[in-house]
Ligand binder design. Sequence first.
Ligand code: ARG
Length: 461
Amino acid sequence: MSKKPWGGRFSAGTAASVEEFTASHQFDRELYKHDIAGSRAHAKMLARQGLISDDERDAILAGLAAIEAAIEDGSFEFKDELEDIHMHIERALAEKIGPAGAKLHTARSRNDQVALDLRLYLREESGRIIELITELQKAFVKLARRYLGTIMPGYTHLQRAQPLLLSHHLLAYYEMFGRDRQRMEDCLKRINVMPLGAAALAGTGLPIDREFVARELGFPAVTANSMDTVGDRDFAVEFTAVAALAQIHLSRLAEELVLWSTEEFSFVTLADSHCTGSSIMPQKKNPDIPELIRGKSGRVVGNLMSLLTLLKGLPLTYNRDLQEDKEPVFDTVRTLASCLAIGAEMLDNLEFNTDRLAGAAGSGGFMTATDLADYLVTKDMPFREAHAVVGKVVAYCIEQNKDLPGLSLEELRQFAGVIDRDVFALLSVEGSVESRRSIGGTSSIRVEEALARAEKELGMA
Ligand code: ARG
């Protein structure tokens, strides 16, 4: 029978099966640094408030430093009977420094302690993810600059729709990930609130100073309601939701790269260094990185569902269920961070096949049909009528095996007498692209502005 920190009221020992079932140290040791940082601040506060002596505080700080070093060099011993990272560190401290170690848990519960650890962890990791998102955005901006001027077909329904600049397509991702970055920054505000002092659930009768602990740990504010504090994991849900959306954005990029690197599209060539081969088909070069990124989005969305379901119907305040919050959070951080990093690396190492892209846009095919309709609108034809007229023109082209720029003026005039020679400038892909000067459009003047803005925002200019 092992002695538990909470063993006082028990007369029988815990079954080994229960110790194994309830233990979380296998995964929550990930929080050791944050647990120790929180304990340091707490010990300093206890001494300042006269709840422990300065000597006791110094012994605690020295003991914590030794424990941190032991965990880092792998010599620290973990065992199921001590449940979680918090009890492991507390027990090791008591063994190392004696009675002073047993005073560290004054005015603290594992309930507010674990909330603090998770907030410290997510504060650090969301900062790292914001940096990784920024690096990915830079990779898009570099490509947009490098391929400025390249025309390609733009798609809706995965059918050729209108010609546009490749850089415009790339900068769409810059915007998408920019929103992810903003969401992460916003979520960080709610992560960054200091929970310690809520104690088990109702606060403490001991004269603690929560504001001091917050300052020590760099939190701008302390949580308001002790009950909410120990039962709240909204910040973890929010983090995971933001991460899931970013991961979904990555999966859209991944899908385009998988598609675009097929022989059928051949829009892009992924670097040999960032592809893998087949063990049976010697000719294969597979886009495993984007495929895995696409596949991993499933687990991040799953993690979000896990956390939401974990909280569903959970009564106030702390319940042991909440121990199940950690693995989805850790997995989300690891998965998203690795996908963002390898995604940026992959972008830095790819080549667009500009001839192939321009060839696909070709002389325009039917992709300038909207331009022809818009042209008719400038000749005072209502847009719906213009749409119908151009539909007939396209049907005629298909029948005659021609494309729009290949029609003669006489042929075009059969459909609308108002058509003049000036229409041909618009029916070319270049003319079509350059005409789209509305804010956010694909003309080179708008794309260059957008690129300059992005470069400035990312400090690349
Ligand atoms: N390992 C626990 C968790 O992760 C720490 C808090 C335990 N609190 C308790 N009252 N048993 O949630």
